[in-house]
Design a protein around this ligand. Structure first.
Ligand code: ING
Length: 315
């Protein structure tokens, strides 16, 4: 199968005291809307079941309450059951507590039968490991989560080679490259992106630009499709970026959310497009020069001989 209709299920704010059952009901409605438009894979945002709790200082049981044990638990079960009933797979961002009590910012890949295919744990944790003075909202992912320990896995699913990233991962080219070098054809990611992250207006004012720049570059330079779903809007007073998007291996945005609330965007993706980029511009076997990268990294000083092109060498 080289064509697949996919959907990003953007979510508006999830309130601090909104029960998971309410968030799941919203997600079921989004999944049904996506299915009605032919989607067979739906991507939900990062930490989709709850409010973005790393914005608050939390300790002990008050922190533990934000994490999920093994999924599907009773609250999330309707989502898995709906997926199986409709024959729709999905990616779900959630706060994972492992059996031995470790905490990760994770994403689950679930097949059209409602069964778990695989898991990814966010590697790049932004923000701080201790509360910062003077911030309207904290960003304590480094305090609440461990860095992901599963690497960047690629799963054969939905007729494609599918990888996952989570939010800040999309800003790091290595994350995309690790997936691209494994032949990923489709990357699914969710994000919660506050608009006041750095406190520097000249940076924060470019949040929307940097969001799409990162994903369009990742898509084009690795010849793969991207489905990205935001949790957005004013969530407990914190304004978060929307503009969920579906991006082609050309780097073109083929679908984008227009609002800041629950919204489904869909596109029929052609996996053959990525293949054409990998057979021409990005034929890694013919064009990529990893040896040169080592040379540049290891060069000792300006006196080292520069590599000459065949023409310059008189070849
Ligand atoms: N959020 C943000 C993200 O990477 C951020 C943090 C915002 C970093 C703006 C840099 C600039 O999109 C999460 N959850 O990673």
């Amino acid at each position: 199968m080289t064509r697949l209709i996919v959907a990003a299920a953007q979510m508006g704010p999830v309130a601090r005291h909104e029960p998971r059952s309410a968030a799941v009901a919203r997600m079921v409605a989004l999944m049904r809307a996506a299915h009605a438009r032919g989607a067979r894979l739906v991507v939900f945002p990062e930490l989709a079941l709850t409010s973005f709790f790393p914005r608050w200082i939390l300790e002990g049981d008050a922190l533990e309450a934000w994490f999920e044990g093994p999924l599907p638990g009773p609250e999330a079960r309707p989502l898995f059951e709906t997926a199986a009933a409709l024959g729709v797979g999905f990616v779900l961002g959630y706060a994972e507590r492992t059996a031995d009590g470790r905490h990760f910012n994770s994403a689950l890949l679930v097949g059209a039968d409602g069964q778990v295919i695989g898991r990814y744990r966010k590697v790049h944790l932004p923000g701080h490991d201790a509360p910062q003075p003077g911030r309207a909202f904290q960003h304590l992912e480094k305090r609440y989560f461990l860095p992901g320990d599963l690497g960047f896995p690629v799963f054969p699913a939905f007729g494609a080679r599918l990888g996952m990233l989570i939010c800040n991962d999309r800003r790091w080219p290595e994350a995309w490259r690790c997936l691209g070098l494994q032949g990923a054809e489709l990357v699914c990611l969710g994000y919660n992106t506050p608009l006041d992250h750095t406190g520097h207006a000249e940076i924060d004012s470019l949040s929307a630009f940097h969001n799409h720049l990162s994903m369009q570059a990742g898509a084009y330079q690795n010849a793969l499709w991207v489905v990205a779903a935001a949790k957005c809007g004013r969530e407990e007073g914190s304004d978060m970026l929307g503009q969920s998007a579906i991006i082609a291996p050309s780097g073109q945005i083929v679908a984008m959310a227009a609002g800041l609330d629950d919204e489904v965007i869909c596109a029929e993706i052609d996996l053959g497009m990525g293949r054409r980029y990998r057979e021409t511009i990005f034929d890694l076997a013919r064009h990529r020069e990893p040896g040169a990268y080592r040379l540049i990294v290891e060069r000792k000083g300006a006196g080292d001989p520069l590599p000459l092109s065949p023409a310059a060498r008189g070849a």
